[in-house]
Design a protein around this ligand. Structure first.
Ligand SMILES: *[C@@H]1O[C@H](CO)[C@@H](O)[C@H](O)[C@H]1NC(C)=O
Ligand SMILES: *[C@@H]1O[C@H](CO)[C@@H](O)[C@H](O)[C@H]1NC(C)=O
Ligand SMILES: *[C@@H]1O[C@H](CO)[C@@H](O)[C@H](O)[C@H]1NC(C)=O
Length: 496
């Protein structure tokens, strides 16, 4: 339908927000749209509405009426086109209605239209006539309440009842052309009256149809799961009904689970409690707990993707160190390897032995991961000769930030710090190894090679996704105990 674009805006924003209500459990993430966010949505909505209304296909109106001179008539008004439309943002509001949803109220709406008219009477002497008209409606007010909820299958619902809509066309003026218009225009006030009651009756049923059918149908198609990648999906389901109280607050499951699975055993993690926070300084907020990251780590670990075999060819081209037994690092850390296999390319297989641990704290994120590192040399015939196997626990910390990127969006940035490594030797094929020296060496290598490289990438960061036409504006990240909080304004970018 014609209001699709406006619908789409609602859908995009609501889709991030609404899903099924189940018995209360701690949410893996929470969301909020504040009043300033609603004000922004109102402004964008009105802009879109303005463009859409002018393209609106208004259904023909027909009915019976009693008019002076000709008596009882059947009339048809057809080919109605809207020639101008104005709805002032200053007298329009989009606000929360506690326990219900949202209320949209607007006064001072005006509109002018052009169309064709035709009538015929029911009288003894048959009369019919036709022509065109110019009409304008001004000082019009509209108030509607959108009831927002969730259905059993976990999707957001939106609905309206007759009591949720009121519409009153203030002044209606009409001028007829063609036929015996010179005569009818003498009674234009009466015709305007007929028109006014027809508009008043039909507008709310049109709006209700848009909301109850079109908008509701689009919401019903929303997926309550989002695909991260081919390994992991995330469950957006609401774990409590959304609340409407000055802002829209939502609480979501936020569990990352293996792609393609239906009901599954839940990942064995507890969800940190997100403290209540009255912050309304930005358009919207997200509070994301450790739980989301830990369930993600768990899924990736179980899927066996937390493994990496490094050879010179698989290393990123900007990694400036060589995987060769003759390099300084190997000479210092594993002198036996260099002695036994001089100047040979190496392969280092790294795999996680457990899901990584992530803890949000203030001011940094603590993370640790237990790795098995197997070192091989690569023979001329490409076969591998095993050298050593190590068990390494890496403890690190990270602080997160946001920057604006070249594409005009925002990127998540990070700086990591190595806290310590615990190294134990699992197996050696190159004789006795000094693990203390190796531990110091590995820590040195991490600090001076790996960390600077990760931080170089972290400076540029990772672009934060935009939801359809909605772009994040100047997002700010704050870390709390067990969660990270993202506050952002939003920017709507029209498709064309
Ligand atoms: C998503 O979370 C809800 C609420 O905990 C749960 O009922 C539903 O089964 C979950 N869906 C999947 C695919 O895990
Ligand atoms: C890494 O190499 C080992 C054999 O050396 C192999 O078993 C494993 O599947 C490889 N892992 C990846 C991620 O390529
Ligand atoms: C985070 O790491 C720091 C530095 O190692 C440590 O002092 C702190 O106790 C850790 N916090 C948590 C919650 O693990």
């Amino acid at each position: 339908m014609a209001l699709n674009k406006l619908n789409l805006l609602f859908v995009v924003i609501l889709s991030v927000y609404f899903s099924p209500a189940v018995e209360s459990v701690n949410p893996g993430f929470k969301g909020r749209i504040t009043q300033s966010g609603l004000d922004y949505m109102r402004d964008v909505g009105l802009q879109v509405l303005k463009e859409e209304v002018q393209k609106l296909k208004i259904p023909d109106i027909s009915g019976d009426a009693h008019v002076p001179v000709v008596g009882h008539i059947t009339y048809t008004v057809s080919n109605i086109r809207i020639t101008s439309f104005s709805i002032p943002p200053t007298s329009t509001s989009l606000t929360t209605k506690t326990g219900v949803g949202l209320t949209l109220a607007s006064t001072g709406i005006s509109l002018s239209a052009w169309g064709n008219w035709h009538y015929s009477n029911h009288g003894f002497i048959h009369i019919s006539d036709s022509g065109s008209f110019d009409a304008s409606v001004s000082s019009t007010s509209l108030m509607l309440t959108l009831r927002i909820g969730v259905d059993n299958s976990g999707r957001p619902t939106i609905s309206m009842t007759t009591q949720d809509c009121s519409f009153n066309a203030g002044y209606v003026r009409i001028k007829l052309h063609g036929g015996a218009s010179w005569l009818y225009n003498l009674f234009s006030k009466d015709i305007a009256g007929v028109l006014k009651s027809s508009i008043n009756q039909q507008t709310c049923s049109l709006v209700m149809k848009e909301v109850n059918d079109d908008l509701e149908m689009q919401l019903a198609k929303i997926k309550v799961e989002a695909h991260f990648d081919k390994t992991a999906w995330i469950n957006y389901s609401l774990v409590a009904p959304p609340t409407f109280n000055g802002h829209i607050d939502t609480a979501h499951k936020g569990e990352v689970f293996p792609a393609g699975t239906g009901p599954h055993a839940e990942a064995p993690f507890t969800v940190p409690v997100i403290p209540s926070d009255p912050d309304a300084s930005r358009h919207m907020f997200l509070w994301i707990t450790d739980y989301m990251f830990e369930t993600a780590g768990y899924v990736y670990y179980k899927a066996g993707v937390l493994a990496y075999n490094a050879t010179q060819d698989t290393l990123p081209p900007d990694f400036k160190y060589k995987l060769n037994t003759d390099t300084f690092a190997v000479e210092v850390l594993l002198p036996q390897l260099n002695e036994k296999f001089p100047n040979m390319p190496m392969q280092v297989n790294v795999k996680a032995l457990a899901p990584p641990m992530v803890r949000f704290t203030q001011p940094q994120v603590n993370a640790s991961v237990n790795l098995q590192i197997d070192v091989f040399v690569i023979n001329k015939d490409k076969s591998l000769t095993f050298a050593v196997s190590l068990d390494v626990v890496v403890h690190g910390s990270a602080s997160l930030g946001c920057v604006e990127n070249a594409a005009g969006g925002s990127s998540l940035t990070w700086t990591v710090k190595l806290i310590k490594t615990d190294v134990t030797l699992k197996r050696s094929a190159i004789g006795k190894i000094d693990t203390d020296g190796l531990a110091i060496g590995i820590e040195f290598a991490c600090k001076n090679m790996l960390v600077p490289w990760i931080n170089e990438a972290g400076k540029k960061g990772m672009p934060l996704p935009n939801a359809g036409n909605v772009k994040l504006q100047k997002p700010v990240i704050q870390q709390g105990q067990g969660f990270v909080k993202l506050g952002t304004d939003i920017l709507y970018i029209p498709s064309e």
